[in-house]
Design a protein around this ligand. Structure first.
Ligand code: PLP
Length: 376
């Protein structure tokens, strides 16, 4: 969609050149390991299909999704690259995976056998990655029970075990002892293949934090999500790869008024001034994914200056105090991104809203049109 086609004065701008540089920097950093860009949750708000097309064009080896539905959207868009669905699956979904050549995660012996049976019934071969839980306690067979899953997989006739993986719980921390323990447990599980003189399938465990902080975790493939979008997993995490934010969120001033002292602004009357101020209204709200928790907390950029949000964020609008500065209807309001020398980052918004940058990005909902551009 070209900017001119967009009626709503609010949009998210995604710079594909940034995404490209981030991907290239990750690929260089991990050397011979393959790279699976993680595209779940609408590619962390950046647009599933557009980011997938870009990544495939850049030679991404594999794409990562969370749910079957995301994999199906990729296939419907004509993307034929391998797609691993990382989330857990419901038994009745299995045929859809296999018919659409989506790689399944087998996280238990039960699931593995269901997959094998479904593939047999369809007379197709399913592609599977085994999932081992090494210390996250979410999905996956416990590392101490994993040999049973690996043995069972050797008996399946209708599937190819193409990979085996685990997931870090806190590889973004300064203290990497738990992450190191997880990696050690994973390598112990993998020794099964050596003991049986079998080639190991593709081994992977590194998320963005693993890519950044634990080079020994890169193994055969890495699964970067947040860093691909130019945001670091946490403030403690070492920034060993330089990446830049690809997404900006912009709107426009849609109303201007002078508000007198003693006249509270917005629902709940949570803010008022003790002197006359100029207040502008911005047509974005929590119904777009701009958190209500940002009420009286966040700042925006107008004409290269920072200004505070005053009063509560509404579903579709919020108000900004520009004191006695000038702003006009149609002026650009930057909620996330850069204007002149000032920048608001996903980390800033996360801090103001009491959350993490992952949630800031994935929360920008589909009511906000995405616009794609490159460096000028
Ligand atoms: C989301 C996810 C990732 C990517 O995590 P980031 O912290 O965004 O890099 C990798 N692997 C799995 C299994 C995931 O669910």
């Amino acid at each position: 969609m070209a900017p001119a086609d967009i009626v709503r004065p609010t949009h998210v701008e995604v710079n594909l050149s940034c995404l490209e540089r981030n991907f290239t920097a990750i690929r260089q950093h991990v050397g011979s390991a393959k790279v699976m860009p993680v595209l779940k949750a609408n590619a962390y708000g950046h647009g599933l299909v557009e980011v997938a097309r870009l990544m495939v064009g850049l030679g991404a080896d594999y794409l990562g999704a969370a749910f079957l539905e995301e994999g199906l959207l990729l296939r419907q868009a004509g993307i034929t690259a391998p797609v691993l669905v990382l989330g857990s699956l419901a038994g009745e979904q299995i045929p859809r995976f296999i018919q659409n050549d989506l790689t399944l995660t087998a996280s238990s012996i039960d699931k593995l056998q269901l997959i094998d049976e479904a593939a047999a019934a369809l007379n197709l071969r399913a592609k599977v990655h085994l999932k081992v839980d090494t210390g996250m306690e979410r999905v996956g067979i416990h590392h101490y029970s994993a040999p049973k899953l690996l043995e069972a997989s050797l008996l399946c006739r209708h599937l190819e075990v193409e990979g085996i993986y685990s997931h870090f719980a806190n590889a973004d921390a300064a203290d990497l002892s738990h992450a190191r323990l997880q990696l050690e447990r994973f390598l112990d599980v993998l020794a099964f293949y050596e003991r049986h003189s079998l080639p190991a399938p593709m081994r992977h465990i590194a998320n963005s934090a693993g890519v950044l902080q634990l080079p020994e975790s890169h193994l055969d493939l890495v699964r970067p999500g947040i860093m691909l979008y130019g945001v670091y997993p946490s403030s403690e995490c070492q920034r060993t790869v330089k990446v830049e934010p690809a997404l900006q969120w912009k709107s426009q001033v849609c109303y201007f008024k002078v508000v007198q002292p003693g006249s509270p602004v917005s629902y709940g009357s949570t803010w008022q001034s003790d002197h006359p101020v100029r207040i502008v209204t911005v047509p974005v709200g929590y119904g777009d994914g701009y958190f209500r928790a940002l009420s009286n907390q966040a700042q925006v950029l107008i004409r290269g200056q920072r200004y505070p949000i005053v009063g509560r964020v509404c579903m579709d609008q919020f108000m900004v105090n520009i004191e006695w500065d000038s702003a006009y209807n149609g002026d650009v309001v930057t909620l996330l991104g850069r204007d002149g020398n000032e920048t608001i980052t996903a980390d800033d918004l996360a801090r103001w809203a009491g959350t993490i940058p992952y949630e800031v990005l994935t929360n920008i909902n589909t009511r906000v049109p995405r616009v794609y551009m490159r460096d000028q």
